[in-house]
Ligand binder design. Structure first.
Ligand code: NAD
Length: 367
């Protein structure tokens, strides 16, 4: 049987599903130094589908970091990963022994890949154990939790990055360039959507508000929000949202499909949507002198893009390998990631305002 180790880059991209992205950091990290040639050790916390299907395989293709350790509550998973990835017993933790990771010099970076309600606790505990942290999206249940995480990592003198792989993905980076540098002139319209038709376990944590914070908006909409923000390179100031539920018995506790209008300074309005009941992955932009966009836009399989001049013809990469390598390099150089906790916080402020708008039925300020 083919192991994850033996997957070629092409197989890896083909197998990836389309489901569910440097500023100087001043004196904060002055105490941390690493040999430039050392591959940094990453420990994954939570060995669910994203760690198993994407992050661990991507870590077989990284040049600045490697899979050094795991944190799991399942002894059988620990045993399987130990064999498959050659992980020594001393680098295997469970949720009770997690804090002991502070005594392990093999682990430089801890990557939290847990249900959203656990992101804050495990990120803060990891930073307090002296590790640099990556936390998966959405960063936390709400903006207040994000602020607490940023403050705790700063206090512990550790870097914090969010698993925003698309900021390292060449099609999305081209969109940032085209939009922010106004290559086709001023942007006049943005329409973006991200979603998939959820057919999974009805008892999964993703469908429980207390664990997921919300539904399609938290999980998928975060990409549409980001896509809009990084096309314009500006921060929205207000939002008006509405929702639709075609399967209310299934999505009892969380949002199914959400539509919104994001208002930017100067009055520009962008349209976005998210769903657990529609297969969407697109970002269409119109500018004064031509259109550009992506479709599919946000997955980790093959993406595709166009401009007014024709197809983008940009090669796909292993996004997570690029993302983790960049963070390892940031840790080596003591510099802030291009997707720090503050980036996750900005998205969560928009998400919070969208939920407030769904409740009030009115336009809400993003605060
Ligand atoms: P998953 O359900 O497959 O895995 C969750 C893991 O958490 C499992 O290993 C589970 O055992 C563990 N866990 C520990 N305590 C738990 C508890 N009390 N309840 C449930 N699970 C518990 O989820 P996933 O798809 O791997 O998602 C994990 C995180 O990764 C989420 O934040 C998700 O949004 C994110 N994710 C990101 C991407 C991306 O493209 N960046 C893609 C998929 C998932």
């Amino acid at each position: 049987m083919e192991t994850l180790h033996s997957l070629s880059r092409r197989d890896f991209l083909r197998n990836a599903s389309l489901g569910a992205g440097a500023l100087a950091f001043g004196n904060i990290l002055s105490s941390f130094t690493l040999k430039p040639d050392k591959k940094l050790g990453i420990a994954l916390v939570g060995l669910g589908s994203y760690s198993t299907g994407q992050l661990a395989p991507a870590l077989q293709h990284t040049k600045n970091c490697y899979l050094a350790g795991i944190v799991t509550g399942h002894p059988a998973k620990a045993e399987a990963w130990k064999k498959q990835y050659n992980i020594p017993d001393k680098n295997i933790y469970n949720y009770e022994t997690y804090d002991e990771i502070k005594n392990n010099p093999d682990i430089d970076i801890v990557y939290v890949v847990l249900p959203v309600s656990m992101h804050k606790e495990y990120t803060i505990r990891g930073a307090q154990a002296g590790k640099h942290m990556i936390c998966e999206k959405p960063m936390a249940l709400n903006a207040k939790e994000c602020e607490d995480m940023i403050a705790a990592c700063k206090k512990a003198n550790r870097l914090l990055s969010i698993g925003y792989r698309l900021h390292f993905e060449p099609h999305n980076m081209e969109i940032m360039r085209l939009g922010q540098k106004q290559i086709y002139g001023k942007v006049t319209s943005i329409d973006t959507g991200n979603g998939f038709t959820y057919r999974g376990d009805p008892n999964a944590w993703r469908l429980k508000k207390a664990m997921a914070g919300g539904g399609g908006l938290m999980d998928m909409g975060i990409y549409s929000i980001q896509g809009t923000r990084y096309t314009l390179g500006q921060e929205p100031i207000a939002v008006k949202a509405m929702q639709e539920k075609k399967r209310p018995d299934f999505f009892k506790d969380v949002d199914e499909t959400v539509f919104w209008e994001l208002e930017f300074p100067g009055g520009f309005t962008a349209h976005g949507k998210s769903s657990y009941n529609n297969d969407w992955s697109y970002l269409h932009v119109e500018a004064q002198h031509g259109k550009f966009g992506l479709e599919p836009a946000f997955g980790y399989g093959e993406l595709d893009g166009y401009t007014a001049k024709g197809p983008m013809n940009i090669p796909n990469i292993i996004q997570q390998a690029a993302q983790m390598d960049d963070f390892a390099e940031c840790v080596r150089q003591n510099k802030q990631s291009r997707v720090p906790g503050e980036e996750g916080l900005k998205d969560m402020r928009v998400v919070d305002a969208i939920y407030r708008s769904l409740d009030s039925g009115k336009k809400e300020k993003i605060i």
